[in-house]
Design a protein around this ligand. Structure first.
Ligand code: NAP
Length: 320
């Protein structure tokens, strides 16, 4: 297969897959670079209850497989690997995959999503997979009848904690303030669950372990300054996500947090021919359905861009 493509899509969450479906149906034969987490964040969830069209809900991984199959049916091609750098300063654009293979493209859709944030406290990195986790649906099973902590005060923390009650004996939500930013419905669900309790207004200081696995989290009271260890077999970090834009390294305009800036209601970035969709450009809505909608917009923007630009010259001159 030639390494030059009319459209390359980076990322395989709802945004990337939807962009792939639309671009493939427009006969643009998109190539999709799967990324480090094929299927995106929905592969880490179980039941998705709010994706329209599934009156009884749908399993996240099942939904993503269906989207992928749908894209393939129209001619989209998938490449395993991670986009490690890009050169968008000249045409065709260059996308380096896994630091070795280079794809060239007339247009690029960036749908690389966002990844879980970590606390950054001592012991955290060392204990990942040994009691520290960012995914309750992936790892909850390992904490059957055990005590776990969930750090965070947003919807993710409430959702993770509620899910973990299916496995764990006790779940404690640990939050740095008294108030939660989680939606009322998610908060209520957690508050009414008798397996869940709360430790509020504390700052996490350190993952405590026996050298082999987590035994607790040291926290400091924001009120009194008192330090104590909350004993637990597992600590789930659910404090939000950061956009996966490090590999862009100044090639596209991003905001101060790293989310790609798009123009008005479109998916256009500041580089003509480069478009962005999904969580990598949306720090606000961050839903599967909004990501899918923006993926659709990106593919339509690409189609219009290709119709109105001289890309044929670039693709002919660069075809390998
Ligand atoms: P979020 O809303 O940004 O909440 C992050 C939480 O972590 C906040 O409570 C924050 O505390 C806390 N936090 C951040 N950094 C911290 C640190 N270094 N140490 C300790 N605590 C820290 O993130 P999210 O919960 O992942 O939700 C993201 C978006 O996805 C939201 O729009 C949410 O509605 C959506 N979502 C929806 C669902 C659903 O509907 N099923 C499920 C999950 C997520 P402060 O409050 O003090 O800032």
């Amino acid at each position: 297969m030639s390494n030059h493509h009319r459209v390359v899509i980076l990322g395989t969450g709802p945004a990337g897959y939807t962009a792939a479906i639309y671009a493939a149906r427009a006969s643009l034969q998109p190539v999709i670079v799967e990324g480090s987490e094929p299927g995106g964040q929905l592969t880490l969830t179980t039941e998705v209850e709010n994706f329209p069209g599934f009156s009884d809900g749908v399993q996240g991984p099942e939904l993503m497989v269906a989207m992928r199959t749908q894209a393939e049916r129209f001619g989209a091609t998938f490449r395993t690997g991670l986009a490690t750098s890009v050169n968008l300063s000249e045409r065709p654009f260059r996308i380096v995959v896994d630091e070795k293979e280079t794809l060239t493209a007339d247009t690029l859709i960036i749908a690389t999503g966002a990844s879980a944030k970590m606390l950054g406290v001592p012991g955290e990195q060392e204990m990942i997979g040994r009691g520290v986790s960012t995914c309750a649906t992936c790892d909850g099973f390992f904490f059957r009848n055990k005590k776990v902590l969930v750090v965070g005060g947003g919807d993710s923390a409430m959702e993770e904690a509620t899910y973990l009650t299916h496995h764990a004996e006790k779940v404690t939500i640990v939050h740095r303030r008294e108030e939660f930013r989680a939606s009322k419905v998610m908060q209520d669900r957690a508050r009414h669950n008798e397996k869940i309790d709360f430790v509020l207004n504390v700052t996490p200081l350190e993952m405590v372990s026996d050298g082999n696995k987590v035994t607790g989290l040291k926290v400091k009271s924001n009120e009194t300054g008192e330090e104590r260890v909350l004993e637990a077999d597992g600590v789930f970090v659910a404090i939000g996500h950061r956009p996966n834009t490090d590999f862009l390294k100044g090639q596209v305009e991003v905001d101060k947090v790293g989310y790609i800036v798009t123009s008005g209601h479109s998916s256009a970035t500041n580089v003509p021919g480069v478009f962005a969709c999904g969580d990598v450009m949306d720090s606000h809505y961050r839903q599967a359905i909004t990501a899918a909608g923006s993926g659709c917009k990106a593919a339509m923007d690409v189609e219009k861009f290709l119709e109105g630009s001289a890309v044929h010259d670039w693709s002919m001159s660069s075809a390998k």
